[in-house]
Design a protein. Structure first.
Length: 605
């Protein structure tokens, strides 16, 4: 039996603990590192230009239409910029608040379905696991998709428990589904609709739809979701041979992307088995209890509705998580696409942990908890040995060494760099000296926390075991943050932007060689439009086709004319990890592998 939440009114204590966890883990990471090249600074730049242009309908990046994304995350960042100014922390604040909202939503769903302890453990599982933390270090909206999805499932479950589905539950479901559409497109509607449809089919309860106020709920959905889409279509119509917003956003970015036929094809895809396996990593360490949690879902006799509110909640949560994974198993996928499924899985795990805690000594719950803890402790021991082996004997490097010089970088065209974490595959033994602190902070607490967890479960104190895992997770995520800060010089052009600003004069032209995304922080941190040499592709390609797009793309002959023309030229800074031209006076030499110059061109002195 789940603990009765009314017997022990611990909600203020649990909410306070959740807030402290958020403060320690998420709010503390708002300020470092600098924004990274690619999605991180591209999305921040879109929000910055939204504020400067006073255009809340059409996104622009580097002055170019950016039609491929839904607007909600950019609205949130733009509002943060207007309230607090344009800073790294104000760009990250909306996602951090989204995490806090997610933890609270998970807690209240779990509290109603399984009891207070279950809601608390589910919130810990959602906030103190690798996936939600790692993929809120970058400005991508997937954690918000998880928030709206878990709220959708919660509202639907509430309609099942009410004698007559209330307006609050039905309209709430419609509203959060609309917000999800404004967050990441049509999947915001597809995910909850598919989970609800599967549930009603499996339980032979399709008649429940007739009770869900579909007419008024549809109106609520359209009032929230439709206006932006209509305005975006009207403001970005077909222009000559260039198709407008409706084709690019719905056909190219939704259907063709799903079929791996989107243009341009500037993205990679994770192998399917790895995509599935990463679910265990992204929910770690709480995935050690996932098999037991899944076993608690009633999968037999599905032609009859599950018998209790908790059973119904487990089934709808499983279906919600399942469909996310199933959907992306047949399309292109990135490592983080599974993120919206994790809160539902965390709720299943939290429900099981609460049942284990409430069960008597010697029960099957306690026995399986000890088995999982023993396996986790064994993994912790291996990880501890591995991190010590990597950290302690690492060869010394010069204090002035550049981390980029130590990496084993692949060809620029390598498919690994199309993945969101691809650059981390460049790590090798030589560079581990720079990661000694995060390695030890990861390995030692991993072993100690997992060992204490096993010890407490052997002593019939699973509650203390769970607290051990929570403390361990805080240390592991702190190690991840320290490692990201250490690795960030490889991933950001902010030092280059700082160097450019020190010598920049009005009228100067900033040239960026290669894809814009490879140095997008240069645009964001200088606040100046940059010209792009041989990089008219990727995210800015389609917007550059519109007749009114600024002419900021140069090919090699155009750049050569600029280089050798009457204007003076100053090379402002050097940055590694890409390609471009070397310079010696006015001589231009071919690109050099993995080293390039960005140049700032000005009028003659």
């Amino acid at each position: 039996m789940s603990p009765d939440s009314r017997a022990f009114p611990r909600t203020p204590v649990f909410l306070g603990a959740i807030f402290l966890v958020w403060l320690a883990v998420y709010a503390s990471g708002l300020f470092r590192p600098a924004l990274l090249d690619d999605a991180d600074s591209v999305h921040a730049e879109a929000a910055r230009e939204m504020v400067l242009r006073h255009d809340w309908v059409t996104l622009h990046v580097n002055g170019i239409r950016y039609l491929e994304k839904a607007p909600l995350l950019y609205w949130m960042m733009a509002l943060s910029f207007k309230l607090f100014g344009i800073h790294d922390w104000s760009a990250r604040l909306p996602l951090a608040l989204g995490v806090l909202a997610l933890l609270c939503a998970v807690y209240f769903f779990g509290r109603r379905a399984f009891g207070e302890a279950a809601g608390f453990y589910a919130a810990l599982g959602s906030g103190l696991s690798f996936g939600p933390y790692i993929f809120t270090r970058f400005l991508i909206p997937d954690i918000l998709v998880g928030l709206w999805l878990i709220l959708s499932l919660g509202f639907f479950w509430r309609t099942l428990e009410e004698p007559e589905p209330s307006r609050f539950a039905c309209w709430g479901l419609a509203a959060v589904s609309a917000l999800n559409v404004l967050t990441k497109g049509l999947i915001g509607l597809v995910f909850p609709a598919a989970a609800i449809g599967l549930y009603l089919l499996l339980t032979a309860n399709l008649r429940h739809l007739s009770k869900m106020r579909l007419g008024s709920s549809t109106l609520i959905f359209l009032v929230i979701a439709a206006p932006w889409h209509i305005l975006a279509g009207l403001r970005n119509p077909d222009q000559g041979n260039v198709r407008g917003f409706f084709w690019f956003y719905f056909v190219n970015e939704h259907f063709l992307r799903y079929l791996n036929k989107r243009v341009p094809r500037d993205y990679g895809t994770v192998p399917l088995l790895l995509f599935w396996g990463l679910i265990l990593v992204w929910l770690f360490p709480w995935t050690s209890f996932l098999p037991q949690a899944l076993a608690r879902v009633r999968l037999l006799g599905l032609r009859q509705p599950p018998g209790s509110p908790a059973d119904r909640a487990r089934l709808i949560l499983l279906l919600g998580a399942f469909f996310v994974v199933f959907f992306f198993s047949f399309s292109t996928r990135q490592e983080y696409y599974v993120l919206p499924a994790l809160p539902a899985l965390a709720l299943l795990i939290g429900g099981w942990l609460a049942e284990e805690e409430a069960s008597p000594a010697g029960s099957a719950y306690r026995r399986w908890g000890r088995i999982s803890s023993l396996v986790l402790a064994a993994v912790g021991l291996l990880v501890c040995f591995a991190t010590v082996f990597l950290a302690v004997p690492s060869p010394p490097v010069s204090p002035s060494a550049d981390i980029a010089d130590l990496l084993h970088t692949g060809p620029e065209s390598s498919e690994q760099y199309a993945l969101s974490l691809g650059h981390f595959l460049d790590l090798n033994a030589r560079v581990m000296t720079m990661f000694r602190v995060p390695l030890l902070l990861f390995g030692l607490p991993f072993f100690l926390g997992s060992a204490w967890n096993w010890h407490f479960r052997r002593r019939q104190r699973p509650d203390l075991g769970n607290w051990s895992l929570a403390g361990m997770s805080v240390c592991l995520l702190a190690a991840v943050h320290i490692a990201l800060v250490a690795f960030s010089p490889v991933l950001t052009s902010k030092p280059l932007a700082d160097a450019v600003l020190r010598v920049y004069r009005p009228g100067d032209i900033i040239e960026l060689y290669g894809e814009y995304e490879g140095g997008s922080t240069l645009n964001y941190y200088t606040g100046r439009q940059v010209r792009v040499v041989n990089g008219r592709n990727a995210n800015l390609w389609y917007g550059s086709l519109f007749p009114d797009a600024p002419k900021i793309f140069d090919d090699t002959p155009a750049f050569h004319r600029l280089w050798t023309g009457p204007r003076g030229l100053r090379t402002c800074a050097l940055r590694r990890q890409a390609r471009a031209y070397q310079s010696s006076g006015r001589t231009m030499t071919p690109p050099v592998q993995r080293v390039y110059f960005h140049v700032c061109i000005s009028s003659p002195d």
